[in-house]
Ligand binder design. Sequence first.
Ligand code: FAD
Length: 238
Amino acid sequence: MTGPSTPWTTATVVEVDRPDGRLARVRLDVDGREEGLPGQHYVVRLRAPDDYTAQRSYSVASDPADPLVELMVERMPDGEVSGHVHDVLEPGDVLEVRGPLGGWFTWDGSTTAVAVGGGSGVVPLVAMLRYAARTGTADRLRVVAVGKTLDALPYAEELLAAGASVFTTRENLGSRVAAPPYPEEVGELVEDLVARSGPVEAAYVCGSAGFATFATRLLGESGVRLDRVRVEQFGPTS
Ligand SMILES: Cc1cc2nc3c(=O)[nH]c(=O)nc-3n(C[C@H](O)[C@H](O)[C@H](O)COP(=O)(O)OP(=O)(O)OC[C@H]3O[C@@H](n4cnc5c(N)ncnc54)[C@H](O)[C@@H]3O)c2cc1C
């Protein structure tokens, strides 16, 4: 069971990969790990020697069946927790974690679904794609990923290989001029999904507050009922 009662546990860092200094991929061996569903997140808590703590949420990128939990952390300027992950964390370190959390922003493969992510908001969508590939449910899921550039988009290669529709807003991609996705582009993809798998039953939007507003409107203009849309917002911690 996950929810408010999910206990704190510990996680050992197995791998930290920082390909470009902006994104850190962290793989954790979580003590007493529960499988959960794609779309969920963990809370990571850092503790200083004087017992000062800081905690932040991070979406899970790994398939629930993966024995390790994979997170992708974007470096924020002066970021307390992301800065630690980028500058200090190394294999063998032990973190306090709670999860998997979030029962609302999850997809179990049984519904026809569209998911739209911006920047690091693609992370839970990667978990959905990995899960779909393993469980043979990829026909029911369409993923739209939006990044400033391909290099800046987490998991860009994997998203493209898995058939996600990738859009870049600050560089041209092939013959497509840099721009956020247009309703006609997403509408086409939704029509194709509906023709293959039936009406859209669930839609997922994940990213910054501004992106969430944009993507929700985009889905509405693309033929998705707004009462189907579930939003996960990656805002600054208040
Ligand atoms: C459910 C959930 C899932 C999340 N999943 C991920 C994930 O998979 N990967 C990921 O990298 N982050 C994710 N986040 C965001 C993450 O929780 C932190 O907010 C982020 O890592 C910044 O924390 P920090 O301690 O480094 O920065 P802080 O020390 O809190 O802030 C440093 C500076 O960055 C600004 N800032 C903080 N957070 C953000 C943000 N998200 N966007 C823009 N500016 C910000 C602050 O206003 C401040 O100026 C998620 C958030 C939520 C709520």
